[in-house]
Each structure stands twice: as structure tokens, then as C-alpha cells.
Design a protein around this ligand. Structure first.
Ligand SMILES: [Cu+2]
Length: 198
């Protein structure tokens, strides 16, 4: 009986792929100090052997109905962020966070120059006119990042290696991401748990 050609090809295809190059399904769960899963935590993976890369991407942090939208924005280092104001009232957006200190005084529409977030960490935004407006921009040195779901979990496809995990959540009292090593074995997928210090 004739075998499908694909089956014959498959072993030779697999033999040509080094284990390190295979991406392995990996889930990461973030829990708080009390062991509860944390939704909406930012998780970034800095891959071993990959130089930290900056991005020339663009992103938006708008203002609508006197709120920032989104209230949590995650970008790669180097990203240029615009601050379009969709309201009819003017806003006065600022950050005093060490990674990016800026102030865009009373404005309508979209300021002509975006703000480039060129250092990793967390910027807390406010508005000088509307005290209850608050948002965070989390800046990471890797294109591999995500946000945890309601079960505190986020999934990545990772190559084998000893990587670095970076985690941040709005409940943290610091503007730095928490770091911990992440070892991905060559065989199969796996999971890791991050327990935050806060
Ligand atoms: Cu405002």
C-alpha cells in the first residue's frame, strides 16, 4: 500500500530542526503573595541569547470620557506613544516616573509629537485637571509579552533555554518589574508560577 508522501517526509524534516529552535507551549501563572491568581498582570519574557531589541512601533494612549484608554498599555522599548484627546475638554497629561518624565500641557486633539518610551520600566500617568484620571505604560525590552487572563495565566511558545521573566501588576507599589529566571527544557511544554512580592 502506498503511504502518503507527507508521512515519509516528516521524520527527515524533524531531524533537521535543532531542539532549541522548537517553540514549546509554556503557561505562566502569576499569583499574589497570598496565593491568589492575578488577572491583568503584565508578563514579559527576555529570551536567552537574544540581544535586547528596541522597537520603532507606534501606540496610542487616548483620553475619552475623562479617562485614559487603555488604562494599561504594554509596549516594547523605543515605541512612540501618541496621546489623542477624544474629549471636548482639554487634558494636561504628565508622568513623573523616572523612565519618562514629561508633561503635555492643556491640549485638545493629538499633540504633534509622540512621546518615545526609550527605557524599560513603568510610567504612571496622570492629568493635572482631572485627578481621578490614571493609567500605566509598561515598557519592556522584548517583543514577547502578554497579559494574564482571569485565571492569572498567560501562554507563550518558547524556545528551550534559560530566559528571564519580568512581571508587573497595577497593585505593585513600585515602578519596576519583578524579575525571575525561567528555565525551559528542550522536551515538551510546561508551566511556571510567579509569586509576586506585593
Ligand atoms: Cu484630564
Amino acid at each position: 500500500m502506498r503511504r502518503p508522501a507527507l508521512l515519509l517526509l516528516l521524520p527527515s524534516l524533524l531531524a533537521g530542526v535543532s531542539p532549541a529552535a522548537l517553540a514549546l507551549p509554556w503557561s505562566i501563572q502569576v499569583r499574589n503573595a497570598g496565593g491568589q491568581p492575578l488577572a491583568d498582570a503584565v508578563v514579559a519574557v527576555e529570551l536567552s541569547g537574544k540581544p535586547l531589541k528596541t522597537s520603532s512601533a507606534k501606540a496610542d494612549m487616548g483620553q475619552r470620557d475623562k479617562q485614559f484608554t487603555p488604562q494599561l498599555l504594554v509596549v516594547q522599548t523605543g515605541t512612540a506613544v501618541n496621546f489623542p484627546n477624544f474629549d471636548t475638554v482639554r487634558h494636561h497629561v504628565y508622568s513623573f516616573s523616572p523612565i519618562k518624565v514629561f508633561e503635555t500641557k492643556l491640549y485638545s486633539g493629538t499633540p504633534s509629537e509622540p512621546i518615545v518610551f526609550d527605557k524599560p520600566g513603568v510610567a504612571t500617568l496622570g492629568c493635572n485637571i482631572h485627578d481621578r484620571m490614571s493609567a500605566h505604560i509598561v515598557v519592556v525590552d522584548t517583543p514577547m509579552f502578554g497579559r494574564t487572563d482571569a485565571t492569572g495565566t498567560v501562554r507563550f511558545d518558547l524556545p528551550a533555554g534559560e530566559h528571564q521573566l519580568k512581571v508587573w501588576h497595577a497593585s505593585f507599589k513600585r515602578d519596576q518589574l519583578q524579575a525571575q529566571p525561567l528555565k525551559v527544557e528542550a522536551a515538551g511544554g510546561g508551566q511556571s508560577v510567579v509569586t509576586t512580592g506585593d
